[in-house]
Design a protein around this ligand. Structure first.
Ligand SMILES: C[S@@+](CC[C@H](N)C(=O)[O-])C[C@H]1O[C@@H](n2cnc3c(N)ncnc32)[C@H](O)[C@@H]1O
Ligand code: SF4
Length: 468
C-alpha cells in the first residue's frame, strides 16, 4: 500500500512568518480590573519578559511594526517621559507574586529599536529590569538594536552591562539595498559596531538579514552572506522581505517607482534561501528554528523560552506589546501617549484580550509553537500536559504522515523537507476548527503584527487545508 500522496499537499501555500495563538483578540471592556483574571498573586514559575522601546530614527519603507520616529534632538523630551513611565510599569508588574516568586528565563529589549535609548537611559532600564524580576543566572538579556545608535560610550556600557546578547537589524551590507529598504544606518556602520563589540570581548551577536527586496540581486545576496561569514557572529536570521499593506514600499511598487518583488517560489528566491542554508552549514550553524541559524550553544534563550515553552507566561511591557499570562493573550494599545497617561494614573493599559485557553487550546498553542523548531518531543509534551501527543492529535499526525509532511518516531514527530516547505499550512492543521471563519475579529482594531494571522483565520479552512 502506498503511504504518501503525490502532488502538492495543500491547495494554497501559506506564508505566515510566525503564528500568534489564539488568533483573535477583543477590546477589553474591564480595563485594569482584567488583572484579576491573570492570577497575579500566584507564581508563574518560569517566564520571559519583553520590553518595548517603540522608537526608531526613521520608518523603514516596509516595516510592519509599531514604531514612532524619534529625532536625535528629541525637543519634546519624549524618550525621558516614555522611559519614566516604562520603568514605573516594569516595577509595578515586577511587584506581583506571579513574577516576583517566579523566574525570568530570558529578557528581550526590542521594539522598534532598544538601542536608540541614550546610554544613561539604557542603564536605568536594565537596572530596573534586574531589580524587578528574579533573573536566573543563565538569563539571556537581548538588546535589539540598530548600528546607527552605537556610540563608543554605548558600546562600552553594553559590553560591561547585564545585557549578554545583541541582535542587530543589519538587513544588508550593501548601501544600495539599504537605501531601497529605507534603513536608518549605513552599510559600514554594522561592521564597525560588530567589531567594536567583539573588541570589547562581547561575542553573543545576532544579525537580521533580509532577502528578495525590490531590485535585490542574487550577487548582492551572496556578497552579504560572504560578509556575514567573515564576521564571526554567533546567530543570524534571514527574513523573506514582505510588502505589508499600507506601507510606503507598497505605494512605491504600486506607482511603478520600484519593480515588484519576485515570487517567493521563483527559482531565484529559492536559490537565495538555499544559499543562506549553505553558508550556515559551512559555518557549522544549525537552523534550530524557522529562519533562525545559530552556532550550537548560541540559540536565542528568548526564542527557546517563549516559543518552545509556549505554555509558559510571556510578560510584554510597553505600547504595542502582547503578553501571554495565565492562558490569556493580552495586548497594550499602540499609543505611546495613552500608555504614559495610564501608567501615571497607576493603571495597566490592557487594551485587547483573548479568550482564556482551555486544556485543548494550550496543547494546540504548544504544538503550533514547537513546530517552529520543526519537531514535537513526545516526552516534553507529556511533561507539560500529562497526556500523549499521539493520543491527543492522532488524526492530524497520521494525516501529515500520509502526506509526507512529517516522520513519526517513537520519541518525536519531525517535519520532513516537504513539511518544512509547507510549514505554515502544517501549523494551521493544529488551529482549532472553531477559530476558522472568524470574520468578526477583522473588525477589531489594534492588530499590529497579528493582521495576517487574523486574515487567515477569517478565511475558509478549505483554502489552506483542503478540509471543511
Ligand atoms: C523589529 S525589527 C528590529 C530591528 C531594528 N529596529 C532594525 O531594524 O535595525 C526586526 C527585524 O524585522 C525585519 N523586518 C523589518 N521589516 C520587514 C519586512 N518588511 N519584511 C521582512 N522582515 C522585515 C528586519 O530584519 C528587522 O531587523
Ligand atoms: S525595521 Fe527596525 S529600524 Fe526599521 S522601522 Fe522597523 S523597527 Fe524601526
Amino acid at each position: 500500500m502506498q503511504d504518501t500522496i503525490q502532488g502538492p499537499p495543500y491547495p494554497n501555500k501559506c506564508r505566515l512568518p510566525f503564528f500568534l495563538y489564539p488568533p483573535a483578540m477583543w477590546s477589553n471592556p474591564e480595563g485594569s480590573a482584567f488583572c484579576e483574571r491573570l492570577a497575579l498573586d500566584e507564581s508563574a514559575g518560569d517566564y520571559v519578559v519583553y520590553v518595548s522601546v517603540p522608537f526608531c530614527r526613521v520608518r523603514c519603507k516596509a516595516c510592519p511594526y509599531f514604531v514612532r520616529v524619534l529625532s536625535p534632538e528629541d525637543k519634546e523630551g519624549e524618550e525621558e517621559r516614555y522611559l519614566n513611565a516604562l520603568i514605573a510599569d516594569i516595577r509595578r508588574w515586577g511587584s506581583y507574586p506571579r513574577w516576583r516568586d517566579g523566574r525570568a528565563r530570558a529578557v528581550y529589549i526590542g521594539g522598534g529599536t532598544g538601542s536608540i535609548l541614550k546610554t544613561s537611559s539604557l542603564k536605568r532600564l536594565v537596572d530596573a529590569i534586574a531589580e524587578s524580576f528574579p533573573l536566573t543566572p543563565g538569563c539571556g538579556i537581548t538588546l535589539e538594536g540598530n548600528a546607527r545608535d552605537f556610540t563608543e560610550d554605548k558600546l562600552d556600557y553594553v559590553a560591561s552591562s547585564r545585557i549578554n546578547r545583541v541582535s542587530l537589524g543589519v538587513q544588508s551590507f550593501d548601501e544600495k539595498v539599504l537605501r531601497i529598504v529605507g534603513s536608518p544606518h549605513a552599510a559600514q556602520e554594522s561592521i564597525t559596531v560588530i567589531q567594536g563589540l567583539q573588541k570589547r570581548g562581547f561575542k553573543n551577536i545576532s544579525l537580521d538579514l533580509m532577502y528578495n527586496m525590490p531590485l535585490h540581486t542574487i550577487t548582492e545576496w551572496k556578497r552579504d552572506l560572504e560578509t556575514l561569514k567573515q564576521l564571526d557572529v554567533k546567530h543570524f536570521t534571514v527574513y523573506l522581505y514582505r510588502i505589508h499593506e499600507g506601507t510606503a514600499q507598497e505605494q512605491m511598487i504600486k506607482s511603478g517607482r520600484l519593480p515588484p518583488v519576485r515570487d517567493p517560489d521563483s527559482p531565484e528566491v529559492l536559490e537565495m534561501r538555499r544559499e543562506a542554508s549553505r553558508v550556515a552549514a559551512e559555518l557549522g550553524y544549525r537552523e534550530y528554528m524557522f529562519d533562525h541559524f545559530a552556532q550550537p550553544g548560541f540559540e536565542s534563550e528568548y526564542m527557546l523560552w517563549s516559543w518552545r515553552e509556549a505554555d509558559k507566561d510571556a510578560l510584554a511591557i510597553g505600547p504595542g506589546a502582547y503578553s501571554y499570562i495565565n492562558g490569556y493573550r493580552v495586548g497594550t494599545d499602540k499609543d505611546v501617549a495613552g500608555y504614559i497617561k495610564a501608567v501615571e494614573k497607576g493603571e495597566h493599559l490592557l487594551s485587547t484580550i483573548s479568550e482564556k485557553m482551555g486544556e485543548r487550546g494550550r496543547r494546540e498553542r504548544y504544538v503550533i509553537f514547537s513546530l517552529e523548531f520543526f519537531h514535537i518531543d513526545f516526552a516534553h509534551y507529556r511533561k507539560n500536559f500529562g497526556t500523549a501527543f499521539m493520543e491527543d492529535f492522532s488524526d492530524i499526525a497520521h494525516r501529515l504522515k500520509h502526506k509526507g509532511l512529517v516522520e513519526l518516531h517513537p520519541d518525536r514527530m519531525e517535519l520532513t523537507g516537504l513539511g518544512k516547505e509547507w510549514r505554515a499550512n502544517v501549523l494551521l492543521e493544529f488551529m482549532n476548527p472553531a477559530y476558522w471563519k472568524d470574520e468578526g475579529a477583522l473588525s477589531e482594531r489594534n492588530w499590529s503584527m497579528n493582521t495576517v494571522m487574523v486574515q487567515i483565520a477569517a478565511s475558509d479552512r478549505r483554502k489552506w487545508l483542503g478540509l471543511d
